[in-house]
Design a protein around this ligand. Structure first.
Ligand SMILES: Cc1cc2nc3c(=O)[nH]c(=O)nc-3n(C[C@H](O)[C@H](O)[C@H](O)COP(=O)(O)OP(=O)(O)OC[C@H]3O[C@@H](n4cnc5c(N)ncnc54)[C@H](O)[C@@H]3O)c2cc1C
Length: 385
């Protein structure tokens, strides 16, 4: 297979690192629902998780294209970056909107890995996609906020020191948008756990270290407010393009893994005295998955190019997220079918990757909401919700 590959040295380095974490490693973590601590530590030591932190704060100061290359190669190797990818982009809220003091206090630790900022508390059980309907409140009381409420699907909370928390500090002002009055707090979970913060693991279809978190009069110093009170939703939105693009890169890595695995298996597996890959019924779905992958990858490259050129490519980031997630899911389905019954056997890793690839149809944003964005913001159709 020929791919246009940027950042070859980074890709090579990540591939070599990932070779130390073969399918058996990920299978065992998956079986035990264990956090891939050794992998995350190795990635941190190699500096990759600080890719997007400016050099002035101790990071690598690389463009988004480099971060994409890192995540794509992790997924292409058969691994899963979901255990730590938020460490790369969740800090963007702090980087773009934090005060000089907040950045100086936290970013160097995040860059060297001594501090983990990879919990992102937005989704709640009752609000779901309708973020403005969230019910977690933070009430200012002197020099601290008092937080009450609940989040769900707060991934990696047990493996994070800090959390970016979106909560309501005031009702929307008269005539303002529903998202007015939401604020972002940087929560130091090391102090909060057991002091108003409870984390409960949520066992899911895939090994994602996801949790429910409960706030019961949890206090957060007022100085941990990021930016201005009431404007938090726009701070969260400002990181969405980067997040969509990075997730799309993971999907491309998954699609490549599925296609490479299926191709190898189709050449090797002999039934009726010939390789199954000799049948067009097997060849064509693989070729189709490859065509979809390449088309999605080109869209992603355009989104990355615009982002790294300093533009705000909302359309391209959304297109890339949706098309890359679709390409990886189609490739997953094809790979499963190519493997026949063996696709269901744990030792082939196909069923694990299949479960992992399914997530990106729903999170961090579901396909319907991307279609809504395109319909409303690109095509000018009436708002549907
Ligand atoms: C493994 C996992 C990890 C996650 N990690 C995090 C995390 O770290 N932090 C965090 O904050 N969240 C996280 N999430 C939450 C994720 O972002 C949400 O699940 C997702 O945004 C969808 O919200 P929901 O599940 O409440 O679906 P709902 O909002 O209940 O929607 C259900 C379905 O209805 C559709 N729908 C809803 N409204 C409309 C509409 N107006 N038009 C058309 N279709 C609509 C949706 O697209 C979806 O298909 C995670 C989720 C999972 C599964």
């Amino acid at each position: 297979m020929t791919y246009s590959l940027d950042h070859p040295e980074i890709r090579d380095g990540v591939t070599r690192l990932c070779a130390g974490f073969p399918g058996s490693y990920w299978r065992e973590c998956d079986r035990e629902r264990a956090y891939p601590t050794r992998f995350v530590e190795a990635l941190t030591r190699a500096g990759y998780l600080s890719a997007l932190i400016p050099e002035g704060f101790g990071g690598l100061g690389l463009p988004l294209s480099a971060a994409c290359a890192i995540l794509e190669e992790i997924h292409r190797s058969g691994g899963n970056a979901a255990a730590c990818h938020a460490q790369m982009y969740t800090m963007g809220t702090l980087l773009r909107h934090g005060s000089p003091d907040q950045k100086a206090q936290y970013l160097p630790g995040i860059a060297d890995g001594s501090l983990r900022l990879q919990a992102f508390g937005v989704t709640e059980p009752t609000s779901g996609t309708d973020t403005a309907a969230l019910r977690t409140t933070a009430r200012l009381d002197g020099d601290r906020y008092i937080v009450n409420g609940q989040k769900i699907w707060t991934s990696r909370a047990e493996h994070s020191d800090l959390m970016i928390l979106l909560c309501r500090t005031a009702p929307p002002a008269e005539g303002a948008k529903k998202t007015d009055g939401l604020s972002v707090l940087l929560v130091d979970m090391r102090e909060a756990v057991g002091n108003g913060l409870t984390i409960r693991p949520l066992r899911a279809m895939l090994n994602h270290a996801t949790t429910e978190v409960f706030f019961d009069d949890m206090t957060v110093p007022a100085e941990n407010l990021i930016g201005e009170a009431g404007k938090g939703f726009r701070y969260i939105l400002s990181g969405m393009n980067a997040e969509r693009i990075l997730i799309a890169a993971e999907c491309i890595g998954d699609a490549k893994w599925f296609i490479e695995r299926a191709t190898a298996y189709a050449k090797d597996r002999t039934v009726f005295g010939r390789p199954i890959g000799q049948n067009q019924g097997i060849q064509f779905p693989i070729a189709k998955a490859y065509a979809n992958l390449r088309a999605a990858e080109l869209t992603l490259r355009e989104a990355i190019r615009l982002y790294d050129a300093g533009e705000n490519p909302g359309e391209e980031a959304n297109l890339a997220k949706m098309l890359c997630a679709d390409a990886s899911w189609q490739a997953a389905e094809m790979c499963m079918q190519t493997h026949g019954g063996f696709g269901f056997a744990e030792e082939y890793d196909v069923e694990r990757k299949f479960r992992e690839a399914r997530l990106y149809q729903v999170a961090p944003i579901s396909t319907n909401l991307i279609l809504s964005y395109l319909a409303e913001h690109v095509l000018g159709l009436p708002r549907s919700y």
